[in-house]
Write a protein that binds this ligand. Structure first.
Ligand code: HDE
Length: 682
């Protein structure tokens, strides 16, 4: 029977004569028609024998796997790790032996609380998980962008996560900590105080995944060939420098572009601007551990870089976007217990609990024990063992033997090798079984205070504003007061700023500390603003133009920012672009209401006298300018922007962040400070 256009599903229906491109079923059978079910007559019932329909719908019905219990929203990228300083004296890990050697890695960044479809700029901790495919097996460093954690013992983790995730009755709020359950739990868990200082700081709203640090959090061990052990904390230092957004900006970005972080990562790698992080180690021994004011096994504490400097031993470059999001980013299975010879665990109770949890969760998520057969999880070095069968087994032992010991001489299969095999560090352990928390874990406030006093005034203001915002969303007053009673043990300025923000005049009694806080010196490494890049490289300038705008100035801006290693985008009243002063048409990347200033690091407003008034009448144009101003951005402008300034309520404003565009190079230089924070004072 000859097919009509309608049968074919309309004129867009495509067929091919090329055998290689022919669509097939999953069984490989060529498909003649994938758009019409098999029916009895044109209007009759669908026939059960339609194996093409059955297979297509069956597979679709099974496309989903459970999202991660936590860190469901994430983005993965391939790259390499290059060792720049060999450390055989500290560790016999193969990856740390040969300077200049490159090891493939896969890195997945994530938020913690939100579901897989939640917005990128939620206030949240970011996961920073790296899988190193070393020649002696996979090593997973499953860290965060914050060096401490909320709790000290893994047994509390389900409670912590339940409290932050949507409430079980109503199913909201999504991807937010600003609600009763979270702050109820936190206010009853004093050990979380330090971590919430970080979570209320700008660390929890990074501008880009490329602009954040990573931390292994726990104390691990490095063990050398002689079996000597040192303690180690792992750090990732972004070569791009640190940068965050402000809260009001984060809220608006979430609306304008919920994929802001993943798009930023994809775009920069696509453009060949590969983000890099240096891997640093803080190495110390028992002597330091014994003299340190806090317990090195307590994941709510960090070791200040001033006390133990971070030594850089290598660089990670992320240079390859995934080919398929599901196959790679979704199916990657990080496990803290994936370590290699030369690296070992400590008795941090949080780490030990994690070592149980990750294997368990991957088995459930990926459907069985053979998730290591999926390419993204498989080691890139040889592997030989007698594990076999199970769902979806791809690699079973070959030959007759699948056990050990065995007395077959040929094809006997793999054998143990004490010379190169993993040996646990023979730490001496003894003790009574008990459910107690060590006394040495009991100081919950001193490092929270240290974090606060290490921040600039701007950052302190942001922390107080974040607590105020979050606690203002809490319905029960007693929770707000209980939180305040902890903040009083951190710093009076913080407690009174939050109390003022909440409108509390009668301060509660400060919480009784389990152990009296001690004085600790500030640490500059804890501040973002004290560690800015002093460069605009990797950032984005938005250039707002209209018909008649100065063509020379626009091209000068584009080349000056390109020279800096930054990106530029053109925003115009129409997506078709604008006709410039020299008669050329400049295409736009965004129409003004699709390219708000919140998605740019700095803006240039290049208008013409002829269009100045009509642009000033556009609501999105006013928001573009007033948001850029409110978010302390550097704003370059031409004279013709004056009516827009007036319309945005900014007549007569002048400061060093508002720059008349006479010289593109000078404008780039100013933008290197990233924000003009002084504007926010007072
Ligand atoms: Fe995780 N965590 N976690 N976590 N975690 C998971 O594993 C868990 C903790 C971290 O991109 C889960 O694959 C327990 C600290 C990252 O795929 C789960 C405890 C740190 C990722 C799990 C912690 C992390 C996870 C959920 C308390 C920073 C995402 C899905 C002891 C050092 C990895 C999964 C990726 C994911 C358990 C605490 C980081 C359920 C029990 C501390 C970056 O196994």
């Amino acid at each position: 029977m000859k097919k009509t256009e309608l049968d074919k599903g309309g004129p867009s229906h495509q067929t091919t004569d090329d055998r290689d491109q022919t669509m097939t079923t999953a069984q490989g059978g060529p498909i003649a028609d994938g758009q019409n079910s098999l029916t009895a007559g044109p209007r009759g019932p669908v026939l059960l024998e339609d194996h093409i329909l059955r297979e297509k719908i069956f597979h679709f019905d099974h496309e989903r796997i459970p999202e991660r219990v936590v860190h469901a929203r994430g983005y993965g990228v391939h790259g390499t790790f290059e060792l720049t300083k060999a450390i055989p004296e500290l560790s016999c890990a193969d990856i740390f032996q040969r300077e200049g050697e490159k090891t493939p890695v896969f890195t997945r960044f994530s938020t913690v609380a939100g579901s897989a479809g939640s917005p990128d700029l939620a206030r949240d901790v970011r996961g920073f998980a790296v899988k190193f495919y070393t020649q002696e097996g996979n090593w997973d460093l499953v860290g965060n962008n914050i060096p401490v954690f909320f709790i000290q013992d893994a047994i509390k983790f389900p409670d912590l996560i339940h409290s932050v995730k949507p409430a079980p009755d109503r199913g909201f709020p999504q991807a937010q900590s600003a609600h009763d359950n979270f702050w109820d739990f936190i206010s009853l868990t004093p050990e979380a105080t330090h971590m919430t200082l970080w979570a209320m700081s700008d660390r929890a709203i990074p501008r880009s995944l490329r602009f954040m640090e990573g931390f292994g959090v726990h104390t691990f061990r490095l063990v050398n060939a002689e079996g000597k052990s040192h303690y180690v904390k792992f750090h990732w230092k972004p070569r791009q420098g640190l940068q965050s957004v402000v809260w009001n900006e984060a809220l608006k970005i979430n609306g304008m572009d919920p994929d802001f972080h993943r798009r930023d990562m994809w775009d920069s790698i696509d453009a060949g601007d590969y983000p890099q992080w240096d891997l640093g180690i803080q190495v110390f021994d028992d002597e330091f551990a014994d003299s340190f004011d806090f317990d090195i096994l307590d994941a709510t504490k960090l070791i200040p870089e001033e006390d133990v400097p971070v030594q850089i031993i290598g660089t990670m470059t992320l240079n390859n976007n995934v080919e398929n999001f599901f196959a790679e980013t979704e199916q990657v299975a990080f496990c803290t217990q994936n370590i290699v010879r030369g690296i070992d665990f400590t008795n941090d109770p949080l780490l030990q609990g994690r070592n149980f949890s990750y294997l368990d969760t991957q088995t459930k998520r990926l459907g069985g024990p053979n998730f290591t057969h999926i390419p993204i999880n498989a080691p890139k070095c040889p592997m030989r063992h007698f594990q076999q069968d199970g769902h979806m087994a791809m690699h079973n032992p070959k030959g007759r033997v699948n056990y050990e010991p065995n007395s077959w001489s040929e094809d006997a299969g793999p054998r143990e090798n004490p010379d190169v095999g993993f040996n646990s560090y023979p730490e001496n352990v003894a003790g009574e079984k008990q459910r107690t928390r060590s006394e040495t874990f009991a100081d919950h406030y001193s490092q929270a205070r240290q974090f606060y006093i290490s921040q600039t005034d701007t950052e302190r203001d942001h922390i107080a504003a974040a607590y105020t915002f979050e606690l203002s969303k809490v319905e029960r007053e007693e929770i707000r007061l209980r939180m305040l009673s902890h903040l009083m043990n951190v710093h009076d300025d913080l407690a009174s700023a939050v109390a003022k923000g909440l409108g509390i005049t009668d301060m509660p009694k400060a919480a009784t500390p389990a152990r009296e806080p001690i004085d600790v010196a500030p640490s500059d490494a804890l501040s973002i603003l004290k560690n800015g890049p002093n460069s605009f490289a990797g950032r984005k300038l938005g250039i707002f133009i209209c018909d008649g705008a100065d063509a020379d100035l626009i091209s000068a801006l584009e080349s000056a920012f390109k020279e800096e290693g930054a990106m530029t985008e053109i925003i115009a009243p129409h997506i078709q672009g604008a006709k410039l002063s020299d008669g050329s048409v400049k295409p736009a990347d965004e129409k003004i209401d699709g390219g708000p200033s919140v998605v740019y690091d700095a803006v240039a407003i290049v208008l013409s006298d002829d269009m100045a008034k009509s642009v000033a009448a556009m609501k999105p144009a006013k928001d573009f300018l007033s948001d850029a101003y409110a978010h302390a951005k550097f704003i370059g402008f031409t004279n013709a922007a004056q009516p827009l300034f007036d319309a945005a309520g900014l007549s007569g404003k002048s400061d060093e962040g508002l720059i008349e565009l006479n010289n593109a190079d000078a404008f780039v230089k100013s933008c290197r400070a990233l924000r003009y924070w002084d504007r926010m004072k007072g």
